[in-house]
Design a protein around this ligand. Structure first.
Ligand code: HPA
Length: 278
């Protein structure tokens, strides 16, 4: 099944009916919200609110590991993340969707791996991930294709079909937050090759990869980044834009579920092959 992670302004899924609410505890702490089982036209998914219901977790304190581990316990193999971003690339406008395909991590202080060698937390389970953790293995996962190419392809198909404004690629730069960036930081990010900037894309994508899940990120441009806008950035602007697009996001996800093939043939599930130091 698919697990959807809703970002700022997306605390539920428009057009979906909630069937069940699950409270899950994990060895990595409590997830940021209950997990909802939701359905649209007979297709089910799990939904978690990244910042919690009521937006209680700032980006640097989101329990990313607990959220992903809870999905793992529910059998989620594919993650669909929704995130608000600021536009660094001047061709990107507020309201555009971006199907990002690469990442630069500029965060400073986040737990960004499950694999902590002899310091790994003890977990239950007989699958490969659990074995690596139990055995205290050191694991280096590949990051040359963080975003699932098959999920990205289907998402692009949906955005095209729905005639929504979108960009087929982009480099996501994750900053630590919770403050917005300075104009000088945005200039630096532009020179580094960043297209959009956000505060939550990392370590979420890498943690999903460490659990052998496919991950796709539907980014929604909420504002021009600092210094480009020429005015003061506010959370209000970001949340308002996201709320305006809530219906579109729900429709995109419903259509995505219809078009996504059942079987995974992308190779994401094999990410751990050769990744452990033995
Ligand atoms: N910077 C960082 N994160 C964001 C922004 C931004 O400009 N807009 C929405 N999330």
């Amino acid at each position: 099944m698919i697990g959807v992670i809703g970002g700022s302004g997306i605390y539920r899924l428009e057009g979906f009916e909630v069937l069940e609410r699950l409270s899950i505890r994990t060895p990595f702490g409590e997830p940021s919200s209950d997990i909802l089982v939701a359905q649209s036209e007979g297709k089910k998914l799990f939904f978690i609110s990244r910042h919690g219901e009521g937006h209680l977790y700032p980006p640097h304190l989101v329990p990313y590991r607990a959220n992903l581990w809870a999905f793992k316990e529910l059998g989620v193999k594919r993650v669909f993340a929704v995130s608000a971003v600021g536009a660094v690339n001047k061709r990107f406008n507020a309201g555009d969707f971006v199907v990002v395909d690469d990442l630069i991590d500029l965060t400073k202080n986040r737990k960004d791996t499950f694999y902590e060698g002899k310091f790994s937390l003890p977990v239950e389970g007989e699958d490969k991930v659990s074995r690596l953790l139990k055995e205290g293995k050191v694991v280096h996962v590949d990051a040359s294709q963080l975003y699932c190419p098959h999920m990205r392809g289907v998402l692009i198909e949906v955005l095209e079909e729905m005639k929504l404004p979108y960009h087929t690629s982009g480099t996501y730069v994750c900053t630590e937050g919770p403050r917005f960036e300075t104009p000088a930081e945005i200039k630096m990010i532009e020179r580094l090759g960043g297209d959009v900037v956000g505060m939550t894309g990392y370590p979420e994508v890498v943690l999903a990869r460490e659990l052998t899940m496919c991950y796709v990120s539907l980014c929604l441009v909420a504002n021009p980044a600092a210094g480009i806008a020429g005015y003061r950035l506010t959370s209000e602007e970001v949340i308002n834009l996201m709320k305006q697009k809530e219906q579109d996001v729900g429709k995109v996800i419903a259509q995505f579920l219809k078009l996504l093939p059942e079987d995974r043939t992308c190779g994401c599930e094999n990410i751990l092959e050769g990744a452990e130091v033995s």
